[in-house]
Design a protein around this ligand. Structure first.
Ligand code: WT7
Length: 629
């Protein structure tokens, strides 16, 4: 390692470098810089296409970029069918452990078979290319089968995280106009059952498009099955229509693969749209280089398939790379705080990819829980979702990784589809920094006018070059796509984050600059929490903000104006917290609710959350010239 970097730096060991696929990051980066299209074309050539592309990048209609235009493929072919012709046919695609200790494994052959069977079931329900299918389940193998089956026949999946609740599910089904909902009866979480089917039943009363509900039996508790609408997955999979082979739909490179809802600055969550071709190339390449997938690896991304991390790096990325993934259903500390470490030892996991909030949570229990286990199989660690504080980074590095395993701190978003700022194993690390943009991606930190700021100064984080896994549009709302991401600075993608870049060109993420709150790495909008509060009949107005929290990163604080004549009481506070949990999901439940008589607003009536935040933190609210008296 030639150059000397500033600050606290962890240089890779000889051992790490000798095993790493990319030993010289600069070389790869220079190659991508010199010829961006050729860089991505070379990666794309490692995958199978029914028909090759005419053009790698079509930027004739910015910001509606297109990748690999003219090509025909299907991401599922590369995830499954392609492997069946190789030694990977009998390799495990995944190993799954339930929270209750049950376990299951599935080879590529078996996953292909189950996917085909379920794809046939979906077809028999009338699902066709382009139709949307909503999936609402916990972390069980069937969620992966459902996603792959829908993609196989060209349908567009919309996975709703199992931690969301009634209103969140209802508005996502409604917006996507799904005719089919695939749901589990329940999910095991920290020894309890989350009643997914019951939540879905309630959601379906609020939206009217769903004709068929396919129910996976996981927990076995009593549920309501509506005659003519609801059917059991296991019964359908035993019918002759669920045959073992199912033709694959040849998709246009730019055909949609999925939509995934995420919170934005204002209003309702928006559906981010990703495609078969470019998305496939982006996540295949980024996972291969960053987590340095080797044939013999056992890889564990501990996220949930219901978020982009799960879509890209539990489902599609690992399967494209033909790797063996581990998937765990439940809570990290159930029944004891050593659950994760026990499973790493038991299954011989080599790569662990998780979130700072999980690390901080497990760190609280002390290192003895970790040290009881032999974690020598670990080779690489990863972090995603929010900035990792240096204390947590060092604990992860020392206690979990035994000072041998580099930490891949990957910055990206639902919209980017793939890692954007990230190290690779041979790159020198600084705790708390994701290092530099992935090869071929140019990013910067700029001021209000769009000019680059000086080293170590804070500014807006932007992306200057298109990339294959990029968001194509906001589903049904192309104007929002343009106004949200491409309007502040022409030709430049606005991330919504603030950041600094140091003198070595390393990026340091500070946090969101919009009305998005990151709670335990989960992305929530103040608008969603506020509208849930206002939907309660005691509430006239509400404002939500995020305040620093030791484990969660941010916790939600809500300020509520009650309707005339409503009595303030601690019981009402609890009722409102439960109400938000019931409508949006437990992750959105406010940490604290305070009753107030007024809220700081601009003259045009916008709530000034910045002022609330400053007040709560005892800070100076800054410029309040727009504040209405
Ligand atoms: C936002 C995107 C895509 C992964 C899951 C989150 C924050 C994400 C990091 C990181 C600092 C991070 C940003 C970003 N974020 N990764 N490594 N360091 N911040 O996806 O739900 O779309 O959220 O998560 O604020 O904008 P998401």
């Amino acid at each position: 390692m030639a150059e000397k970097l500033n600050g606290e730096v962890y240089y890779p060991s000889e051992e790490v470098i000798s095993y790493a696929r990319i030993k010289n990051w600069d070389e790869l980066n220079n190659f991508a810089k010199k010829d961006l299209q050729n860089f991505w074309a070379k990666e794309a050539e490692e995958l199978f296409w029914f028909k090759k592309w005419d053009k790698v990048l079509d930027d004739s209609n910015k910001p509606f970029y297109k990748w690999f235009t003219g090509a025909k493929t299907n991401i599922v072919y590369n995830c499954l069918d392609a492997h069946l012709k190789t030694h990977r046919r009998n390799k495990l695609a995944f190993i799954w452990e339930g929270e209750n200790g049950e376990w299951k494994t599935m080879s590529y052959h078996a996953l292909h078979r189950e996917t085909c069977k379920f794809a046939n079931v979906l077809k028999s329900m009338g699902v066709q290319k382009g139709d949307r299918v909503t999936i609402y389940m916990g972390r069980i193998p069937e969620i992966i089968i459902a996603m792959l089956a829908s993609a196989r026949i060209g349908a567009v999946h919309s996975v709703v995280y199992g931690g969301f609740s009634v209103e969140s599910l209802a508005e996502r089904i409604e917006d996507s106009q799904s005719k089919v909902l695939i749901v589990a009866d329940g999910a095991f979480q920290r020894g309890r059952i989350v009643p997914l089917k019951k939540i879905a039943d309630e959601a379906l009363e609020r939206c009217g498009t769903v004709e068929h509900v396919l129910v996976v039996k996981r927990t076995g508790q009593e549920i309501n099955m509506e005659y003519g609408r609801d059917m059991w997955y296991h019964e359908l999979m035993n019918l002759p229509i669920a045959s073992n082979s199912c033709a694959l739909e040849e998709m246009d490179s730019e055909d949609p693969l999925f939509i995934l809802y995420t919170s934005g600055t204002t209003g309702k969550p928006k559906a981010i749209l990703h495609t078969h071709g470019g998305y496939m190339v982006g996540i295949y390449t980024s996972l291969k280089y960053v987590f340095d997938i080797h044939e013999e690896d056992r890889y564990w991304c501990a996220a949930d398939p219901g978020w982009i991390t799960g879509h890209s790096y539990i489902v599609y990325g690992p399967l494209l790379n033909g790797t063996t993934s581990f998937i765990y259903e439940g809570a990290p500390n159930f029944p004891y705080p050593n659950r994760w470490w026990q499973m790493i030892e038991k299954y011989g996991i080599n790569i662990l990819y998780t979130a700072p909030t999980a690390i901080r949570g497990l760190m609280r229990f002390g290192e003895a829980w970790v040290k009881r286990h032999n974690l020598s199989s670990l080779r690489l660690l990863g972090s995603v979702g929010e900035p990792i504080n240096p204390e947590a980074w060092k604990w992860y590095y020392k206690v979990v990784g035994n000072e041998r395993c580099p930490i891949m701190d990957t910055w990206w978003q639902t919209e980017t589809g793939m890692f954007m700022i990230t190290p690779m194993p041979s790159v020198p690390l600084k705790p708390g920094s994701g290092t530099k943009p992935f090869p071929g991606i140019e990013m910067d930190v700029v001021d209000e006018k769009g000019n680059p700021v000086k080293p170590n100064e804070e500014g807006y984080l932007i992306i200057k070059t298109p990339w294959p896994a990029m968001i194509r549009t906001v589903y049904k709302d192309p104007e929002r796509y343009v106004s949200q991401y491409w309007s502040k600075y022409p030709g430049v993608y606005l991330t919504g984050d603030s950041a600094r870049k140091d003198e070595d060109g390393y990026f340091w993420i500070i946090g969101r600059v919009d009305d998005v709150i990151k709670v335990s790495g989960y992305r929530l909008g103040t608008a969603e929490i506020e509208s849930a509060l206002v939907s309660h009949n005691a509430v006239a107005e509400a404002a939500a903000i995020g305040l620093p929290h030791e484990v969660k990163g941010n916790a939600i604080y809500a300020y509520v104006i009650l309707r005339n004549g409503i009595e303030k009481s601690p019981a009402l506070i609890e009722e409102l917290r439960q109400h938000v949990s019931h409508e949006v999901g437990p992750i959105a439940k406010p940490e604290r609710i305070e009753f107030v008589d007024s809220l700081p607003k601009t003259r045009s009536g916008k709530i000034m959350r910045r002022v609330l935040k400053a007040k709560a933190l005892g800070q100076d609210p800054g410029n309040i010239s727009t504040l209405e008296e």
